[in-house]
Design a protein around this ligand. Structure first.
Ligand code: FES
Ligand SMILES: [Fe+2]
Length: 374
């Protein structure tokens, strides 16, 4: 069913011109049919982040990722190729691999059917004597997989446009902050369940209109007057110059003096913090149900050995900066259930991006375009 035809959803007032537009109505954040449509039309058809290329360096290295209820294996098949498969045995549907590791064959724990790294069934107890059966007729179901700037993405849609073509210009931006992102390693990972719809986290990221009210230290680090927000079709770029560190002289100033971040459709951000050279921080909001998402934080650095100073920075990002956002966002989710709210006007001022929600408008337009497509 087309979402437009569903009577439980009110007519939205998201107009093409952001200057006259309202936000998505509250029902888009609380209704099961919207959530189900988002999973089918957005998450099963978009490039979603699976892990860092450093986890797939040797033949047989694998990681697994869930795209909602679909478990996927990503495995280094040989020196030049990474493959992805649905993580399900073709015998009676047991899960094949858990977590991450290295395997030179993919062997099902249930009855020991064993597949090559190319997904082809090779052997299984009793299969040689089985009438009218050939192992060569059985193969794991492939999934599209791509690497972009050291980050590995999967897409359950076989007809999807390649990721690099969807994010024209983003690679250059990332490489200007981290020239070799594929050489970084995971230094810290944290997760946090948030009582809010996944779109609330993205809405919040896409505007810094809340920054002066909510993030005191961030506004001491980053000059809000110079903050810019630029939406493109499938990604947006957010950047603000850092204030000079009063404790360091000019010679000690690091190359990266600004905050910058990219939001990738649908639910991921890549961030660079002032004073933190050659590091990137991923933030992902995984939809769990209409009113719950799982926030994932991954910090990639040149070494997994982190100093006390770096530990303090990580603590600030995860436990202060993001907690400020989570407090705001969980509060908004409660408000979206109020009988006293329908939708609100966007505040738009692209010349002064810290006073503007134009990238949230772009995101809401894209959500609607995808959900309303036949
Ligand atoms: S379900 Fe995998 S071998 Fe039986
Ligand atoms: Fe924020």
């Amino acid at each position: 069913m087309n979402l437009k035809q569903q009577s439980e959803l009110p007519v939205h007032r998201v107009t093409e011109d952001p200057n006259n537009s309202y936000c998505l109505p509250k029902e888009y954040y609380t209704t099961q049919s919207v959530f189900d449509a988002e999973i089918e039309k957005i998450f099963f058809k978009s490039w979603v982040y699976a892990g860092h290329i450093s986890k797939l360096s040797k033949r047989g290295d694998y990681i697994t990722v869930d795209v909602h209820d679909q478990s996927i294996i990503i495995i280094k098949e040989n020196a030049n190729s990474i493959s992805a498969y649905y993580n399900v045995c073709q015998h009676r549907a047991h899960t094949l691999l858990e977590g991450e590791g290295r395997a030179l064959a993919i062997t099902c724990p249930a009855h020991s059917w064993s597949y090559g790294l190319n997904g082809q069934l090779r052997s299984g107890p009793g299969l040689n004597e089985l009438a009218n059966f050939s192992t060569s007729s059985v193969c794991l179901t492939s999934v599209r997989v791509e690497e972009f700037c050291g980050l590995v993405f999967v897409n359950l849609d076989n007809d999807a446009e390649p990721l690099a073509g969807q994010v024209d210009g983003l690679k250059e931006k990332i490489l200007s902050y981290v020239p070799h992102p594929e050489e970084l390693v995971l230094a810290h990972r944290a997760t946090r369940e948030v009582k809010a719809n996944w779109k609330c986290m993205m809405d919040n990221y896409l505007e810094c209109y809340h920054c002066k009210s909510t993030h005191k230290r961030f506004c001491e680090l980053v000059d809000m007057e110079g903050y810019s927000t630029t939406p493109y079709d499938n990604w947006s770029w957010h950047q603000g110059p850092g204030f000079p560190d009063p404790n360091s002289n000019e010679a000690e100033q690091t190359v990266n003096e600004s905050f910058a971040g990219a939001q990738l459709w649908p639910n991921m951000t890549i961030n660079f913090f002032p004073g933190r050279d050659n590091e990137l921080m991923l933030f992902i909001a995984i939809p769990i149900d209409t009113e719950t998402c799982l926030d994932i934080f991954e910090f990639y650095m040149p070494s997994a050995e982190i100093t006390e100073e770096t530990r303090a920075e990580i603590d600030w990002v995860v436990n202060v900066l993001t907690e400020e956002d989570i407090g705001l966002v969980e509060n908004v989710q409660r408000g979206l259930k109020s009988k006293g709210f329908k939708d609100g006007r966007f505040v738009v001022n692209p010349q002064r991006s810290y006073l503007s929600e134009h990238a949230v408008h772009h995101f809401h337009r894209k959500i609607l375009a995808v959900l309303e497509a036949e």
